[in-house]
Design a protein around this ligand. Sequence first.
Ligand SMILES: NC(=O)NCCC[C@H](N)C(=O)O
Length: 415
Amino acid sequence: MTDATVNPSAPEPAPAGVDSEVGRLRTVMLHRPGPELQRLTPRNNDKLLFDGVPWVSRAQDEHDAFADALRGRGVEVVYLTELLAETLAEPEARDIAIETALTDLDLGETLRLYLRGFLGDATPEDLTIYLTSGIRNDEVRGGFGLVTKLLAFDDFLVDPLPNLLFTRDSSVWVRDRVAITSLAMPARKRETQLTELIYRHHPRFAASPRILGHHFEHVEGGDVLLLAPGVIAVGVGERTTPAGAERFARQVFESGLAETVLAVPIAQERATMHLDTVCTMVDVDKVVMYPNVADTLTAYAVTRRADSDPAGLELEVAEPEPFLVAAAKAMQLDTLHQIDTGLDPVTAEREQWDDGNNTLALAPRLAVAYERNDGTNSRLEAAGIEVIRIAGSELGSGRGGPRCMSCPIARDPAH
Ligand SMILES: NC(=O)NCCC[C@H](N)C(=O)O
């Protein structure tokens, strides 16, 4: 069990639930980067969605400092791999995990049979490592046959998950429900098999209702911004598809989790892979925004038709409006204030690339940001935001900042 559940003197964890981006953060799920990062090479890093080959021990130090900064502000940090190992102690969860990891058609029956037995004998902790770091062809000690001979020594039989670090994308809490997302890129697909397993089988979450699922249309957590209770923006671009945004809207309306979903088209480019790469919230009425897209960013407000039959929910889709205008209207604010990344278009472009926009709010006007983005951080401070700076030279090589690296599980209500 997690420290909080075995230590009788530890405070009760806050009840799971998140209704905004800025309510005081109580519990967050992180993944400390581990041996899965050692799998990255100059030959596979593009496919595995990293822009380089990180120095792993330094990335771990940076991540530990990030977790300490959160704990220092009273946030309970839970680790994905600890939850997974605890989940895998349950035989049913373990069987599902092994079967889903072995569905790859490239494996063949000889290796599959061997690996089923090998993984079946592993401890929950070792199984967690195999499921997250993957298994290479030259690492197996049995199941030898045609497939072993013809695959390269460094081909993966079970793919590693170096992007597990970005816990934001593989699940997202909306009020008291957790949405299991469906990741678009092949390198990340297996991540949500693991988060779904945790939320279904871990005793801490088994009673929490779930929405979406890893086998549905693509929705990634980095595209989902809880602008205010009942108002959710969903980026639609390289990752979340229009159909994913539509399913998300239907489910949050059906479950009474929101009244308005703003579908926000974003350029289908690596630099803007998720909405949270160009815009994050730092106060109830303030966002840090990439100015080079601010003027062109639009939103389609999606609501439930007032006269829609409960059995066949119909959606009303408004004409597009400028994003900040549509957001302020849905949030019932006069203005949603914009703090720009950087001081000029080139600084803004550099700092957007280095995740200057990707802040994690711990409370209104208190945010964690990468230290390297001097221009953006100064602008945030000038606007009254306290910035907790963390190092991210190695973590950033996966192109994700403090928001991407965190999945809030409990926040105080925003109002
Ligand atoms: N929300 C985010 O923007 N997450 C960052 C994900 C980075 C990861 N290397 C990816 O390409 O999916």
